[in-house]
Design a protein around this ligand. Structure first.
Ligand code: TXA
Ligand code: MG
Length: 324
């Protein structure tokens, strides 16, 4: 299989020729990394068991962790899962965009059982990035895509990040610039009576509450993740991560937020204006850059918990969690 023997990873831009090449490879069952507005995805044909297995293998991901099926439009989603009024309402308002819905899988859903890891539900998303939309339309099938990084590492927001982790393990990378949102999609479970937030992300809980009313946010229990993929340690750089830092120690570099007089090679500011959207877009790239300094620990200044801050802090807490 392609992911065991190193292959030559090609890179194309997101113009018509690159998209056509990427779509053809996906239809052949090969793996293609592509840009979305959240992070780069490692795509494979969601209807092919072999392609889905190759995704798990390339990422070295535990196979109990189910994948999101990406679609060109909401209409296509109705073939895979059962929609209700709530799902239609959020889909109409927030798709295309950084929101994943977990819905009951249709009995005749063409998606590989491996992609949903044996669950009765399926996660689906219609991404907003123009290149992702063109690619999905050209493929004409659902594309399973986790973030295009080795399992447990920091998610990729540039083509170079993808190559750093997966060069030789993916057939093609579609280069489509920096991801505008920079954090993974929000995962909302609509299989039960009350909507449940499985992962905070690019759509805020405030936006969802405005549309749906109260949303359950499960207690964090690291031994029993609500979403199967929500392992406590995740998004981890090589360096240790220390949260809510004030002053920094000798072997530390600083990731700060908002007005801060400290600057220099050991300091990066997620957003000196204190803008959480800008901070989200910078988060993963800055964690990678600070990691490359070789410092023992990345100290992180406090970040507000409101709006996109909830998702930013979720990722930072996972980066700081004890490693297996
Ligand atoms: O922004 C994103 O969502 C990116 C881009 C590429 O679209 N993808 C992404 O995929 O972050 P991944 O595989 O890294 O995260 C998928 C999350 C995991 O936490 C997984 O457990 C959860 O969605 N998930 C998938 N299917 C599920 C299901 N049937 N029930 C509950 N959670 C599910
Ligand atoms: Mg991921």
């Amino acid at each position: 299989m392609e992911s065991t023997d190193p292959i030559k990873t090609q890179i194309v831009d997101d113009g018509p020729a690159g998209i056509a090449r990427a779509a053809a490879l996906l239809r052949e069952g090969r793996l293609v990394a592509f840009p979305t507005e959240t992070v780069y995805g490692l795509g494979g044909d969601a209807t092919s068991d072999r392609a889905v297995a190759a995704i798990f293998e390339a990422k070295r991901r535990p196979s109990f962790n189910p994948l999101i099926s990406h679609l060109a439009d909401a209409e296509q989603a109705e073939d895979l899962v059962l929609f209700d009024d709530r799902a239609r309402r959020v889909a109409e308002t927030l798709w295309p965009g950084p929101l994943t819905l977990v819905l009951p899988r249709r009995a005749d859903s063409p998606v590989s059982l491996l992609a949903s890891a044996g669950l009765d539900s399926l996660a689906i998303r219609v991404p907003a990035h123009p290149a992702a939309r063109r690619l999905l339309a050209a493929v004409g099938r659902p594309v399973a895509a986790p973030s295009a990084n080795v399992s447990g590492a920091v998610s990729p927001t540039t083509p170079q990040h993808v190559l750093d982790g997966l060069s030789g393990r993916v057939s093609l990378v579609v280069a489509g610039g920096r991801c505008a949102v920079g954090l993974e999609s929000t995962v909302l479970d609509l299989t039960g009576e009350q909507p449940v937030l499985l992962r905070p992300g690019g759509v805020t809980i405030e936006e969802l509450t405005a549309l749906l009313g109260p949303i359950a946010v499960p207690e964090k229990d690291p031994d029993r993740p609500a979403s199967p993929g929500q392992l406590a340690s995740h998004y981890a750089p090589r360096a240790q991560v220390r949260l809510n830092a004030g002053a920094i120690g000798p072997d530390e570099v600083l990731l700060t937020f908002g007005p801060d007089l400290r600057s220099g090679p050991k300091v990066m500011n997620l957003s000196d204006k204190g803008d959480l959207a800008e901070a989200a877009a910078n988060l993963f790239a800055m964690l990678r850059a600070l990691d490359r300094t070789g410092a023992g620990t990345i100290a992180v200044a406090p970040i507000p918990e409101t709006g996109l801050g909830a998702a930013i802090n979720d990722r930072l807490r996972r980066a700081a969690a004890p490693r297996p």
